[in-house]
Design a binder for this molecule. Sequence first.
Ligand SMILES: CC(C)(COP(=O)(O)OP(=O)(O)OC[C@H]1O[C@@H](n2cnc3c(N)ncnc32)[C@H](O)[C@@H]1OP(=O)(O)O)[C@@H](O)C(=O)NCCC(=O)NCCS
Length: 129
Amino acid sequence: MLAVGVDMIEIERLEKALVRHGERFNRRFFTAQEQAYCRGRADRLAGRFAVKEAVAKALGTGIGDVNWTDIEVVCDARGRPELVLHDRARRLAEGLGLTQWAISLSHTDTHAIGFAVAQSGDGLPANND
Ligand SMILES: CC(C)(COP(=O)(O)OP(=O)(O)OC[C@H]1O[C@@H](n2cnc3c(N)ncnc32)[C@H](O)[C@@H]1OP(=O)(O)O)[C@@H](O)C(=O)NCCC(=O)NCCS
C-alpha cells in the first residue's frame, strides 16, 4: 500500500502568521530543532509547514489530535530532509500500517511545496479504508 500527500503554501501567509502570533505560532508548529535549522527564514518554515500538511494528507485521517510538532522534518548531513514521527503521529501512522516515509520540499520566493509518500513496511495493504 502506498499513500501520498502534497501541499503548497504562500510564504507570505506564513510570514503574516509569524508577525501576528510570533513565538506562539513557532512553538505550535515547529520543533526546537526545526526552528534552529530555519533560523526564522520564512521560506524554510513554509516548506516544513507544507510537509506537515502533506503528511496529514497521506495519513488520510486528517491531523486530528496529533500535534504539529509530532511531525518533524530533520535534515541529514547533506541537507536532505527526513521525516521523524513522534508520539500520537507515530502511533497513528503505525496503526494505519504506514511505517516507511519519504518526503521532499521546495521553495521559491513566493511559494513552498511539501510532498510525502508512505508505504506499509511489509508490502501488504495498509488498513486505512
Ligand atoms: C539540494 C538542491 C537540489 C536544492 O534545490 P534548489 O532548487 O536549490 O532548492 P529547492 O527550494 O528546490 O529545495 C530546497 C530544499 O531541498 C532540500 N534538500 C537539500 N539538500 C537535499 C538533498 N541532498 N537531497 C534532497 N533534498 C535536499 C532541503 O529540504 C531544502 O529546503 P531547506 O533549505 O528549507 O532545507 C540543490 O541545492 C543542489 O542541486 N545541490 C547539489 C546536488 C545535490 O545535492 N542534489 C541532491 C540529490 S543527491
